[in-house]
Structure formats: structure tokens, C-alpha cells
Design a protein around this ligand. Structure first.
Ligand code: COA
Length: 446
């Protein structure tokens, strides 16, 4: 059977940085520790005035194609996952292909293009589409380009303003991949929920506290569903467990839930029993609320055990490093969690070939998906090619007043076009004004 997975990836961060503890918290009259310790975030990336979801996606994709020595003829489909689209008809992938055609001698007319929408899980769904296309044998030897790109902005004054971010991840999905093979096994948890939505509006209507609970509920279902096809799991089966990371504090909750689930009926549960007892089982309780209370108590105890904390430090903490500096990238978020983990392995000389990751995605509205990935022998070279650290270092730090201005620039109702860029565009695609039909136009700045 042909192996299919992620052959290569590139990350593009928005070029501005808002320091949450130093700049945002004081302006909100809040304690910086809410951000640094509570949410686990240090700064958010923002798009400069000349950036948007198209430029960020095109810049990531162009770097990826150039580095891999690929031409448009090598790409059979371009799928963009986003929840920040500005056009209800023409997909963002066509805008991005148009950008790329400015810098290649050939075109993407042969490539199937689309746009995927299901909140933050759409990036993972696009990987699925590419995987299925290749496994179905319809790819004629070509690869798929999957681009997750978002400007995760909330209305001024919304609680979600704490977890904003902007950036893009471009991934090449191929036969015989160099980086990661995707498992055919998947688990889903999916339900009609109204935790976060954008009914024909740019900024989300969000019930933040509820969205946290819905994330956990759908993730629990996806774990059970995944186990039903993969067989029972053990925490040591996976080197890292990247989760969708709207903010690292969310992953703290999800990881604990996942660990509790995975250790049930394993020797780990038995070993921990002398310290914290066995996990409560519903059949031992007369009603659900007493059972749930017992689960809460067990979970609180589990969190304090050395065993859990060691696993968290090894398998979860390394997935959070990029997120802490960039905030929420919606569709790209789980993909930067995976990249953070692989970066950590490369930086600590960890031998990863043949090891597995458990990747847990989530999108509001709501759906969770879980699958496994097996690390391939070219992983280290791939990951060492990433330039995300240099990009983060080069970001322009914005003051609170500059933040207010740039938020207005990216507000579709205001489109404050008289704001100059904070950074000088160079070797990148930029937004270049409006066309006659209201289309956004782009050019490549040398
Ligand atoms: N020191 C340490 N921790 C602090 C703190 C301080 N001074 N002040 C607050 N915190 C902690 C809180 O206890 C809370 O942690 P907990 O959830 O583990 O209890 C965390 O920081 C956030 O504080 P909270 O008061 O709940 O923040 P908020 O009202 O601004 O809401 C979100 C946070 C995430 C709900 C909000 O930003 C939001 O709606 N985000 C968008 C939706 C989203 O990302 N959902 C996630 C699922 S996709």
C-alpha cells in the first residue's frame, strides 16, 4: 500500500507582534499573569498593513515550493483552509494560485482548487482530502498543496481579543513523504454546537467558556472513536501529542482529559491506584452528577502526580512553544503545534524516525478528529529548514495605539487604508489595492 503524508511544510507568521503581558494586559487593566500563566500566551502575531490571508498563505507556499525545487506541474490540487475568507464565492486558493503564477513561468490551470470550512479543524480536513485523493490513485504522481491561513481577530472588547493571532502553514502532501505518514485510522466527535460562529460577519460571536467545554466533550468522543479502530492506547505509544491550540491553557485541560482516558485499564492506572485510587466507573454510581464529581476529583489528583507531570513535560509542553509567541492561528494552530514538537526533537537531538505522534484537531461548531502520524526518515532535514525562529525575531513590536490602528486596517467594515506598513516589504507577496470588481489584488515585492 502506498504511504501518504506530509512531505514538507513551511510557516509564515504575521509580521507584527503584540506583547500580551507588557502591552495588552496593562491597557486592559488586567494582570499580565492572566496571559502568561493562565492562557499561556506571551504575544500574538498580527498581519502588517500589506498582509492578509492570501499574502501569508502565498508566502508560505512559495517558500515551500522553492525549497523543494517544485514547479506548478508538480502540484495537482491546492486546498486552502480558512475561517477568515473575504469572498463568499471565489476561493482563497485561486487568489493564492494567482500570486504564485506571478513568480513561476508556468501556471496552475491543471490544478483542482478549493476552500475548506469547518472552523479550526478545516486545515486537518484539507489534509484528509489530499490524503484521500492520493490514496484513490487520482493524483497522477502529483502532490497536493494544503494551506491553512487565518487572521484570527475578534471584535474590540470581546473576551476573545486575548487569544488573537495571524499566520499561515503550507503543507505538501505526497506519496512516500519525507516527514510524516498519516494513519488510515481516524476518530471523530462531531455535534451541532453554537460555541463560536460568524453568521455573515467578520468577527466571531463566541461563547468562550462554552467553547472550552465543547472542545473537551468532542475530544473525548474522538478519542473513544479512535480507540475503537486503533485498539487501546498507552501514553508511551506516542512521542508527542499535538492538540489544536487556541491558547496553551486550553491544551493543559485537553491533555489531562486525554491522559486520563488513555491510561484507563492500563498498568499505569493500576500503579497510580495506591496514590490516587482507580478512576471512577459510571456503573458504580447512582446518578450522573455524583459520578462526574468523582471524575473531577480524580482528575485533580491525577494532575499532581509525578507520572502525569513527566508525561506532560515530554509529550505536550514541547508542542506549545510557537503558539506561546503567536497566539491562535485557527486552521493552522494544530499544525504549528506539530511543528513545535518536531522542532523540539531536532533541537534536543531526539531520534524520532519511526516514532508516532497522536494529532488531535478541533473546530468549533463543532468537531474533533484524532489520527496518528509516523515520523519518516527525512524529518530532521525538513524541520531544520524552517525559518520560524528568524521570522519571530524579526517581527515589529507594536504599541497599544498601533494595535488599535492595525485592528482597524483589517476590519472589513472600516478598511482604514491610510495606514502605512510598519515593516518594509521585501521578497514577499503584498496586498496592492482593489480591482474594478471589488477583488483584492496582489503583487510580489522584490
Ligand atoms: N494569574 C494566573 N492565572 C490567571 C490569572 C492570573 N492573574 N488571571 C486569570 N487566570 C487564568 C484563569 O483562571 C483562567 O484559567 P482556567 O480556565 O484554567 O481557570 C485563564 O487564566 C483565563 O482567564 P479567564 O478569566 O477565564 O479569561 P477570559 O474571560 O478572558 O476568557 C477565553 C478566556 C479563552 C474564554 C477567551 O479568551 C475566549 O473567549 N477566547 C476565544 C475562544 C477560544 O479560544 N476558545 C477555545 C476553544 S476553541
Amino acid at each position: 500500500m502506498v504511504t501518504v503524508g506530509i512531505d514538507a511544510l513551511e510557516i509564515h507568521t504575521g509580521k507584527l507582534a503584540l506583547d500580551l503581558g507588557e502591552t495588552f494586559a496593562p491597557a486592559q487593566g488586567e494582570d499580565p499573569d492572566k496571559y502568561r500563566k493562565g492562557l499561556g500566551l506571551y504575544s500574538s502575531s498580527f498581519p502588517d498593513a500589506h498582509e492578509d490571508i492570501v499574502t501569508m498563505g502565498a508566502n508560505a507556499a512559495y517558500r515551500l515550493l522553492k525549497r523543494k525545487g517544485l514547479e506548478p506541474a508538480d502540484i495537482g490540487r491546492i486546498d486552502v483552509a480558512t475561517e477568515s475568507a473575504f469572498d463568499n464565492s471565489k476561493p482563497v486558493s485561486t487568489y493564492i494560485a494567482g500570486c504564485l503564477e506571478q513568480v513561476f513561468d508556468s501556471n496552475f490551470h491543471h490544478a483542482n482548487k478549493g476552500e475548506r470550512k469547518f472552523a479550526c479543524i478545516a486545515g486537518t480536513q484539507s489534509l484528509d482530502d489530499a490524503y484521500n485523493w492520493i490514496r484513490a490513485g487520482r493524483n497522477r504522481g502529483r502532490s497536493a498543496l494544503v494551506i491553512a491561513t487565518d487572521t484570527a481577530l475578534y471584535a474590540r472588547g470581546d473576551a476573545g481579543e486575548a487569544t488573537q493571532g495571524a499566520g499561515a502553514v503550507a503543507m505538501l502532501i505526497s506519496e512516500d513523504p519525507s516527514l510524516l505518514e498519516l494513519s488510515p485510522e481516524q476518530g471523530f466527535g462531531s455535534a451541532d454546537e453554537t460555541d463560536f460562529l460568524k453568521p455573515n460577519q467578520q468577527f466571531p460571536s463566541v461563547d468562550g467558556k462554552r467553547s472550552v467545554q465543547v472542545y473537551l466533550a468532542r475530544m473525548r468522543e474522538a478519542l473513544s472513536d479512535f480507540e475503537s479502530v486503533s485498539g487501546s492506547m498507552h501514553p508511551d505509544d506516542f512521542a508527542y501529542v499535538p492538540f489544536h491550540t487556541p491558547f496553551p491553557g486550553m491544551v493543559r485541560k485537553a491533555a489531562l482529559l486525554g491522559y486520563r482516558h488513555i491510561i484507563r485499564e492500563t498498568p499505569i492506572e493500576a500503579e497510580l491506584a495506591s496514590e490516587i485510587g482507580r478512576q471512577p466507573r459510571p456503573e458504580a454510581f447512582d446518578d450522573e452528577s455524583t459520578y462526574l464529581e468523582a471524575v473531577r476529583e480524580y482528575t485533580d489528583e491525577l494532575k499532581t502526580t509525578d507520572r502525569y507531570q513527566q508525561w506532560y513535560e515530554a509529550a505536550i509542553e514541547p508542542t506549545l512553544s510557537i503558539s506561546r509567541s503567536v497566539g491562535n492561528w485557527y486552521t493552522g494552530s494544530v499544525h504549528i503545534a506539530r511543528a513545535s514538537a518536531l522542532k523540539h526533537a531536532a533541537e534536543t537531538d531526539r531520534q524520532l524516525t519511526g516514532k508516532r505522534l497522536l494529532v488531535a484537531s478541533y473546530g468549533s461548531g463543532a468537531q474533533a478528529e484524532i489520527h496518528a502520524e509516523t515520523v519518516q526518515s527525512g524529518w530532521q532535514e525538513e524541520i531544520e529548514s524552517l525559518t520560524i525562529d528568524e521570522q519571530l525575531d524579526k517581527r515589529h513590536d507594536i504599541s497599544f495605539e498601533e494595535y488599535e490602528r492595525i485592528h482597524d486596517v483589517h476590519n472589513h467594515d472600516l478598511s482604514a487604508s491610510d495606514v502605512d506598513s510598519f515593516t518594509e516589504p521585501a521578497d514577499e507577496f503584498i496586498f496592492d489595492g482593489w480591482g474594478e470588481m471589488g477583488e483584492r489584488q496582489y503583487t510580489y515585492a522584490e
